[in-house]
Design a binder for this molecule. Structure first.
Ligand code: NDP
Length: 294
């Protein structure tokens, strides 16, 4: 573990929603003097009982520490809280772990640079219960100085990884990973809806789906190799024509349920077949996504 700041760096946390409170709890538990603020009253009480100081205003909270963590709902709420505090934040380090788009992260970094604020953007790959526990990771980009100086503190939340000085990169990786997760979850729920009329509970279907989907993740590296190689005609791949999802769509209709998650994948496949690539590998679906529906 690296990090040059002392183990007892004073830290301010703005935002005590489910995630902000979990982050603050981990800092307090590790012995960091913490000042916390939340827009609505009542959310600081648990942290105060653990030893944190509650600030009455975000300005008071910012002025209490050289290191400020912000974990609010979205970019708009971050701007609403921080824009009036530009002067107070000058000369301090700001770590923004609020989920924002890459360009919103870059806009925050540009604002911070103009104001003399050392800015690190973060994307949390964990739910609040996982903070400080195995499996939690947080992706960072922006100020390398801030990351290096506070690495030890950041590691209290999970495994920390730095992606470079482009502040948008952590968010880009975060959202790209979430894209895969949400589409997988929708696919699972599609299957659960299909088996439900047959009397199968979602719980039973989940127990069957988890090992199946885990086993299928082996395919990611194989698809990646084809995508990176740029040759979708490499022998040994399942062809797009063979991957026609008509039977799955028919089964959903027979069960009397919707089919949007599967229909979406079928559209991506069809676009490539219609363009004359039916004998090429399934990985060519990447081209449907990369080019968009043109
Ligand atoms: P919550 O909904 O629990 O909390 C939202 C927080 O934002 C609250 O402190 C809320 O204050 C504050 N807030 C919202 N709007 C404003 C505003 N206009 N001005 C001031 N404060 C405002 O969300 P989470 O804590 O779960 O999430 C926080 C961030 O962490 C989000 O960006 C989320 O995407 C990210 N994240 C969350 C994960 C999770 O599993 N929960 C996982 C990974 C990332 P108030 O109490 O007054 O409403």
């Amino acid at each position: 573990m690296t990090g040059t700041a002392p183990a007892t760096t004073p830290v301010t946390v703005l935002g005590l929603g489910a995630m902000g409170a979990a982050l603050a709890r981990a800092l307090v538990a590790a012995g960091h003097p913490a000042t916390v603020w939340n827009r609505s009253p009542g959310k600081a009480e648990e942290l105060v009982a653990l030893g944190a100081e509650a600030a009455a205003t975000p300005g008071e909270a910012v002025r209490a520490s050289r290191l400020v963590i912000v974990c609010l709902l979205d970019h708009a709420s971050v701007r609403e809280v921080l824009d009036p505090l530009t002067g107070d934040l000058a000369g301090r380090t700001l770590v923004n772990v609020t989920t924002t788009s890459p360009d919103q992260a870059r806009a925050s970094a540009a604002w911070a640079a103009d104001a003399g604020i050392d800015y690190l953007d973060g994307g949390i790959m964990a739910v609040p219960e996982m903070i400080g526990a195995p499996g939690s990771s947080v992706l960072y980009s922006g100020s390398a100085t801030a990351f290096t100086e506070h690495r030890k503190l950041l590691d209290l939340w999970g495994e920390s990884e730095f992606f470079g000085e482009d502040a948008g990169l952590a968010s880009l990786y975060d959202l790209a990973l979430l894209a895969g997760m949400y589409v997988m979850f929708a696919g699972f729920l599609q299957g659960a809806a299909m088996v439900a009329p047959a009397g199968v509970t979602a719980r039973e279907f989940a127990a069957r789906s988890a090992p199946w989907l885990s086993a299928m993740t082996g395919g990611l590296a194989e698809y990646a190799e084809v995508v990176d190689g740029g040759d979708y005609t490499v022998p040994g791949q399942q062809s797009l024509r063979f991957s026609d999802l008509g039977d799955i769509l028919a089964a959903a209709a027979e069960q009397g349920v919707g089919d949007e998650p599967v229909a979406m994948v079928q559209r991506l496949i069809r676009r490539q077949i219609d363009a004359g690539h039916g004998d090429e590998g399934f990985a060519r679906v990447y081209e449907s996504i990369r080019r968009g529906p043109r």
